[in-house]
Design a binder for this molecule. Structure first.
Ligand SMILES: Cc1cc2nc3c(=O)[nH]c(=O)nc-3n(C[C@H](O)[C@H](O)[C@H](O)COP(=O)(O)OP(=O)(O)OC[C@H]3O[C@@H](n4cnc5c(N)ncnc54)[C@H](O)[C@@H]3O)c2cc1C
Length: 496
């Protein structure tokens, strides 16, 4: 993504890009659910959506269904879109709260087209009139990220990026500045450059192994530190949403692609063994496993400086905050955008790195708070892990946000950060955090008017879903369906 983004912007300028990667090491091989912003990344690159979807076997994604988070047996969808629409300039959820306080029990979800469409397994690209219900929502993809990397590789090469196969084994630093002068490959080749972008994954080959930048460890807030992932045969039609189901010592993902379903169990090893976590995952698969489970280890947090000297860490080399809200690929995109805007010249003005780090720090902080919200806005106390979260001191930024919501449904707005107010409403209301009051301006309308207006939105949302095609049929009709042989179970599947 980084080479693709930079080569798109700089192909006509005097900047040459060399991409060094090692087939022997390979990529992390997980990362299947995305956020809507990836569409704008692809569009900026001039990539055709249908080509991209066929190449990566992508499905459409309307949001994430969270099961068992607020309480065992509960579920809600965090959609890519608003609830209802503001009435007289007041956010819709305040009117819903007024209804609730008057004894109605309408689901907030009933005022959200993407939620209703997801629940019915339906999808259609939003129309051009984004004021209309059925057109005013966002969508993302569920895809095979390894195929996306391959797809972008040919894009990069077409744009003049030189791809060098090889393993980086060492680097030379300028003694006076500590900047990286060159990297050395296993075969002895030295590659010099002005700027090095470290996309080497958890290893952090330059940012950490060479520059010893240090890591802000956020395990006290996001303690899950392991994952086991496995694809399986899909049962039934592919759904336009991801599922995240809370477990006693972590949570489990289910991501439907065109040709298979991706599954994983993210967990805290303090409270469950690797074998038990794998067993829990394998015993809940919807179809036969298509590969052996893959074990992954991580520590949540971020590099102390994502841009240090002449090295910029993008991707897992810069940090990882667990995949609960599909934010990693998005943070890559944020890193690329910020780097393009602050692209240095040979003098390396210190201010570029300072601003880059400030922006990226904020992005990481915001994501951390939003992820943590899922763990703390809960009534669950049925395992050690859930009890841990009940006794936690929250980051001030999150504490303030929750207090403002609880008081009267107010959402503190961030200067930067990917998740906008509707996402916060989705998780807080979805996990039974119901404010004790609402914005008083919601009382300026008579109660009958509130009922009439909200009822119309509810009715129009359901009607729009009734006119929306099934997701699977739409993939075909849209021309996004890949031609492929169905995957089959390997001859000797692993036993669990
Ligand atoms: C359990 C889990 C689930 C995830 N789920 C999601 C998700 O649903 N959505 C999402 O957005 N993100 C998700 N992510 C994150 C996502 O997988 C990554 O952000 C994404 O794959 C990018 O990874 P990367 O390129 O930084 O690292 P990698 O994929 O590890 O790639 C590193 C690259 O560097 C190369 N390399 C490494 N060392 C060397 C060396 N010494 N010499 C030469 N080359 C080298 C490798 O060959 C490889 O090409 C998940 C991550 C994990 C761990």
């Amino acid at each position: 993504m980084t080479a693709a983004g930079l080569s798109n912007k700089y192909k006509d300028l005097d900047i040459s890009i060399e991409l060094v990667e090692s087939d022997q090491i390979g990529t992390v091989g997980v990362g299947e659910a995305t956020l809507p912003h990836i569409r704008f990344f692809n569009q900026a690159l001039g990539i055709d959506e249908r080509d991209f979807m066929r190449a990566t076997r992508a499905t459409f994604k309307l949001g994430i269904e969270f099961c068992d988070w607020g309480a065992l047996g509960d579920s809600y969808i965090h959609p890519f879109g608003d609830y209802g629409e503001p009435i007289n300039g007041v956010d819709f959820h305040h009117f819903w709260l007024r209804l609730l306080q008057n004894g109605h029990n309408f689901r907030l979800d009933d005022y959200s087209f993407p939620i209703l469409a997801a629940e019915s397994g339906k999808f259609q690209i939003p129309g051009s009139d984004n004021t209309k219900i059925g057109s005013n929502f966002g969508y993302a993809y569920q895809f095979d990220s390894t195929l996306y990397a391959k797809f972008l590789r040919s894009y990069c090469e077409d744009n003049g990026v030189v791809r060098t196969e090889g393993k980086v084994v060492d680097a030379a630093l300028y003694p006076e500045t500590g900047f990286v002068k060159s990297i050395e490959l296993e075969n002895g080749t030295q590659i010099e450059a002005d700027l090095f972008i470290d996309c080497s994954g958890f290893r952090g080959v330059l940012i950490e192994q060479q520059l010893k930048t240090g890591y802000d460890d956020w395990s006290q807030w996001l303690p899950c530190n392991r994952a086991v992932a496995v694809p399986c045969e899909a049962a039934g039609p592919s759904l336009p949403y991801t599922r995240a189901t809370a477990r006693p010592a972590g949570w489990q993902w289910r991501i439907p692609l065109q040709h298979r379903t991706g599954n994983g169990h993210v967990y805290w090893n303090e409270f469950i063994s690797d074998d038990e976590a794998t067993h829990q995952l394998m015993s809940t698969l919807e179809g036969p496993a298509l590969a052996d489970p893959k074990q992954l280890y991580f520590k949540t947090g971020k590099r102390r400086k994502l841009w240090n000297k002449n090295v910029v860490a993008i991707g897992l080399s810069g940090g990882f905050l667990e995949p609960l809200e599909s934010t990693s690929i998005h943070l890559i995109q944020e890193g690329i955008t910020a780097l393009i805007e602050l692209f240095p010249d040979a003098n390396f003005e210190g201010s570029d790195a300072v601003e880059y780090n400030r922006r990226m720090d904020l992005n990481f902080d915001r994501v951390r708070d939003f992820l943590l919200l899922h763990y703390v806005a809960t009534q669950r106390d049925d395992s050690e892990m859930w009890r841990y979260f009940r006794n936690m001191t929250l980051p001030e930024s999150l504490q303030e946000k929750i207090e403002a919501w609880n008081a009267r449904g107010y959402l503190l707005r961030y200067e930067q950060g990917v998740f906008l107010p509707p996402s916060w409403v989705a998780v807080m209301a979805g996990q039974n955090l119901i404010p004790s009051a609402y914005d008083r301006r919601a009382n300026t309308l008579s109660y009958e008017d509130v009922l009439r207006k909200t009822e119309k939105i509810r009715h129009d949302s359901h009607a729009a879903v009734a006119n929306t095609p099934d997701h699977g049929a739409y993939l075909d009709q849209y021309g996004a369906k890949a031609a492929f042989e169905p995957l089959t179970v390997p001859s000797a599947p692993a036993q669990f």
